[in-house]
Each structure stands twice: as structure tokens, then as C-alpha cells.
Design a protein around this ligand. Sequence first.
Ligand code: KG4
Length: 338
Amino acid sequence: MSTIILGIESSCDDTSAAVISDGLLLSNVIASQKVHEEFGGVVPELASRAHQQNIVPVVDTAIKRAGIDKSDLSAIAFTRGPGLLGSLLVGTSFAKGMSLGLRVPIVDVNHLHGHVLSHFIREKADDPVPQYPFLCLLISGGNSQIILVKSYDDMEILGQTIDDAAGEAFDKCAKIMGLPYPGGPHIDRLASKGDPAKFKFTKPHIGGLDYSFSGLKTAFLYTLRDAVKTDPGFIEKNLADLAASLQATIISILMDKLDKAVKMTDVKTVAIGGGVSANSGVRQAVADYCDRHNLKAFIPKRSFTTDNAAMVAIAGYYKYLSKEFCPYDAAPYARVTV
Ligand code: KG4
């Protein structure tokens, strides 16, 4: 009999449900919330309400698209944290209710584990998956971590940001440039038309494998503020070059530490995950680096870089196989590392 897992993700502003059967993805449905755009960031209360509206149709659609009946489910996996508490509560409560109704266990998933394990989602039986141990560069709006992944539940953080995350650097600098939120994808698009060597921004000097991005944001702000004083049209005229130079600096900061981590650990496989791993420049830089160093690169499909329930379902699948079920009194958590 197949092991069929329903995954539910509601940690931030995407309501998502996915079905995985014996590790193979059958469906992955994501309802993004447009309601936050006019506020320039996610408004937690609006996010919870939108999850509440979306969760039933999203889960229903995921089950239908998977071509299964809900009675076929072996377990329900849900994101327990980290994330926005109100949003997490919607997914957590829904998962508990559905599991009680169907008499199947629930499995709680750490959202960050989900991002790392997204590389194990297979759409075809022969899709390659990473061999343990491997390094994962987890870069999103809230995290920048280099993780040594030893197994599905044994992950060691070798380095992480001491202030802003890589995604925050993209988003905050994009805001300074007057771009809409979230700015990362806009910078990516503009950067493809600009000169990455046009502007130089100093890189932080942080020891070990930790990252820092807040200094870059400040340097970027001061550069633009001074330039605008003498030329009010500076930003508009240099939009593509600014985006390309900013992106190149962020990539260089990320790659310097990744290189150090590879040398320290001697791993043979490098993966990336999280929203920023959708960035074309980051993807190319990691692929080129792995080529040069004879390493296997795992670059996720763009649909698996941002929040999605397929990664929750695959993480839940491995926990289910080890019979790591979640008690019904488990509450969501806002903060945690891997
Ligand atoms: O993993 P994620 O969806 O959730 C959070 O942790 O919030 O990551 C969102 C982040 C945002 O900062 C967004 O600007 C960034 O990922 N992002 C990108 C790109 N696509 C999303 N950053 C740079 N280039 C992209 N193409």
C-alpha cells in the first residue's frame, strides 16, 4: 500500500496544500495573497484571514488534482513553525481537525527543514535526489544559513546571518530604489539588463561562516542618497546598473562563505533553497561554482523555492516513515532554527 501524505503550508502569506505518494509529487496547489501588496510587506492579521478563506478550497483542489480520495491519506503534515503565529494556527488547526476526522496521524514540520528537503521532492521516479551529507545554502526573506545536512532530521547550522537575511537585503535595497515589495524578483529582472561592475559596494568582514547584510543596505542607502542630491534622476537613469551591482555584491558575499564551508566540510554536493534561490544570478553562480569544483549542484525548480506545501509533504513523509507523529496539544511556534 502506498504512503500518501497531504502537506499543508501556511507560515506566511501563501496558503498551500500538496499530495505526495511514496515520495512522488501528485499535486501542489498554492494560493498567494495579493492583499499585502499595497502595504509594502505582509500584514499578519490579513494573512491569517486570507489563510482562513483559502485553506478549504486549496486542500480540496490538491486532493482532487492528485486523483485520490481523502480516505486514501496516510497522514497529514503541516508547518508548525517558524512563521507568523496567526497564519500557522490556521494550518495547524486545520490539520488537526482533518486528522481527527479521517483518523490518520499528524506530522509537524519545521518550515526550514522543508526548504532543505525540497530537493527530495520527485516528480518522476528517476529524478535525482542529494546524497547525505550535503551543504544547503538556505536563503530567504527571513534566513541566510549554511547548513550541513546529515540526514532528514540531522541538520547542523555552520553559519547564519547576524542581522538581515539575504532576501531582506534585496527587498530593503529595492525599496530604496522605489521598487514594489517584494523587491527581490524586480532586482533579478533589472539586473539582467545592467552592468554588475558599474557600482562598487563594500562587503562585510565577518569571521567564520556567518553572514551580515545590514551594512550593505546602509552603504546602498548612502550611495543613492548622496547621488540623488546632485542628480535627482540618478536612480531612474541607473536602475538596471544599480540592480546588477547590488545583486553581484550579494552573490559575492554568499559565495565567499559557501566556498569556505565547502572547503571545511569536504562535501561533494551543494544545494540551495528558499525564496532567494529563485534568483537567476545566484542559481548561475552556484551552478558555475559546482562545475569548477567538481561538485554536484542541486538547484530547485523555481516553484519549490518559495513557500510551498510539497516541501512540507516530503519532510512529513520521512518523519511518517520513522513514525514521528505529532501530539494534538502541539502548538505552533514563531521562531526556531533548523
Ligand atoms: O522563502 P521565502 O518565500 O519566504 C520568506 O522567508 O519570507 O522568501 C522570500 C524572499 C523575499 O525576500 C524575496 O524578495 C526573495 O525571497 N526572492 C528573490 C527572488 N524571488 C524571491 N530574491 C532575489 N531574486 C529573486 N528572483
